[in-house]
Design a protein around this ligand. Sequence first.
Ligand code: NAP
Length: 321
Amino acid sequence: MMTKSSIYITRKLPEEVIEPYRKLFHIRMWEREDVPVPRDLLIKEVKDADGLFCLLTEKIDQEVLEHASHLKIVANMAVGYDNIDVKAAAKLGITVTNTPDVLTETTADLAFALLMTTARRMMEASDYIKADHWQYWSPLLLAGSDIHHKTIGIVGMGRIGTAIARRASGFGMDILYHNRSRHPRAEEQLHAVYADFDTILGKSDFVVSVIPLTKETERMFDQQAFEKMKQSGIFINVSRGGVVDECALYKALVKKEIRAAGLDVFEKEPIRKDHPLLQLENVVCLPHIGSASVETRMEMARLCLENIRNVLNGEEPMTPV
Ligand code: NAP
């Protein structure tokens, strides 16, 4: 009888996702849903694993990979894979997969909701009423910025960026975008206009970061970038915190060089309540929930397991990085 391949899953997942794979694989799983697996245990567990299902809370570097002498696949439950040393994996013949597409629309929903919440000061307004400050209707009480017919500048016009652009188009916004390469379909269908980074910063009412974190994009939103934005400009980040110099962002907000920021991601996650950006009224912070709808998270988990199944069966993975 053939022995089953072995999979290690770094977070407790709902049984309904795992159950169909139990007959195929010997599955071991970290016992907590809310806390990442300790690194020393991860290193111990990958030793005998043929497949690793991990999250962005795990750093899958050379040290982890070298301990995993049987490992054939690392399936990351995220589209970004800056937590994985992809080059080291390739050298060791280990396939790396991610979860593109299944999270695109959900993340674009969150990005647009964050943009609207920040522009229209909805968190401040909600806190105001909860603090029992509401006395009268006043002409400029909690007045924010318009969204419709303004200019959105999308930095990273890929899958999620394009889905955000579709939403912006419904609001009659002018769409600028920046990539290394042109996106002809977005130009034709959404009338998006290609621009260099500085033009995006200078002309946009909303600068939205949806760019992957790489060596080239690390801290691309720095002091100079924020200085180039309009004073009325709003910065939204739903990609990775590492693309922003948070100190420069904080200064730009305090000095009123830009009007507000909406952030789903941070340089070092999780942030704590004494984080400087959390002290500012004109900042909306979310705990990295871009793809967090129940439906999408279940799809992401299934896609990881399908990728593992394919690779361990000697087939092509559905979404290699
Ligand atoms: P994608 O389809 O690969 O899009 C990324 C875009 O960025 C591409 O259009 C790419 O175009 C552009 N780009 C990459 N490097 C660049 C550079 N150095 N300069 C200029 N443009 C560059 O990825 P996606 O699926 O839209 O996801 C984007 C990112 O969102 C992910 O990497 C992840 O970090 C983040 N994300 C966050 C959440 C969340 O929960 N907040 C959820 C999902 C994804 P070119 O190749 O032409 O440059």
